[in-house]
Design a binder for this molecule. Structure first.
Ligand code: AP5
Length: 191
């Protein structure tokens, strides 16, 4: 099973990805976690991208694509993945599809977590993950999401791969709603 979670900052992508990975015995691949690891470890990539992550801007596509290629291919060989935070733009989705499809590693189903903006802001302020979760940067991340990531919903909707789930409910209710939607979708998915 190869899944993708799409949602605004704070919509619960990471939270739900952990549960889906456990439930379906697939790998959880988070672009944000991998990027933050590079920043924390001070790698060459980390030094190049710190300013983007801290400011809530998107890291250049080439960096993210390079970083994710190996984990995605490896996870596909071991039974699948749930991607959290990638792709984030239509350009990334198109480029990833071109690389992944010939390898049979492309996304099969996309899950959109829909959460009202007020809830997103409250969740992120409460979590407070460094400079990324300050009021100004949160506002900027939400703008970036609206401008750059929202068009992805149309991209996947046109491909009939998208389901939308109300992400404002309790964590376990959101999880069960995703699993229900996937069970409806599964018989219609090509491999
Ligand atoms: P990333 O880490 O992907 O951040 P994000 O998309 O802004 O999302 P978050 O991790 O903040 O939120 P989430 O939706 O995962 O929610 P979570 O489960 O954590 O990216 C960080 C940065 O990296 C980007 O700004 C960018 O610079 C760069 N980047 C990453 N990917 C990139 C890409 N593809 N291209 C270019 N740049 C990229 O939950 C949030 C909080 O809410 C938690 O405290 C949680 O406990 C709580 N919560 C979750 N669900 C619920 C619920 N149902 N009810 C109540 N509380 C809940």
């Amino acid at each position: 099973m190869r899944l993708l979670l799409i949602g605004a900052p704070g919509s619960g992508k990471g939270t739900q990805a952990v549960r889906l990975a456990e439930r379906f015995a697939i790998a959880h691949i988070s672009s944000g976690d991998l990027l933050r690891e590079h920043v924390r470890d001070g790698t060459a990539v980390g030094q190049k991208i710190k300013q983007y992550v801290d400011a809530g801007d998107l890291v250049p596509d080439a960096v993210v694509m390079d970083m994710l290629f190996k984990p995605v291919v490896a996870a596909t060989e071991r039974g699948g993945y749930v991607l959290d935070g990638f792709p984030r733009t239509v350009e990334q989705a198109e480029a990833a599809y071109d690389v992944a499809h010939p390898l049979g590693a492309h996304v099969q189903a996309s899950i959109h977590l829909d959460v009202p903006t007020d809830d997103l802001v409250q969740r992120l302020l409460a979590r407070s993950r460094g400079s990324e979760d300050t009021a100004d940067v949160i506002a900027h991340r939400l703008e970036v999401f609206a401008e750059r990531t929202m068009p992805l919903l149309d991209y996947y909707r046109r491909r009939e791969w998208l389901v939308t789930v109300d992400g404002s409910r309790a964590v376990s209710d959101v999880h069960e709603a995703i699993v229900r939607q996937l069970s409806v979708l599964a018989p219609h998915q090509e491999s």
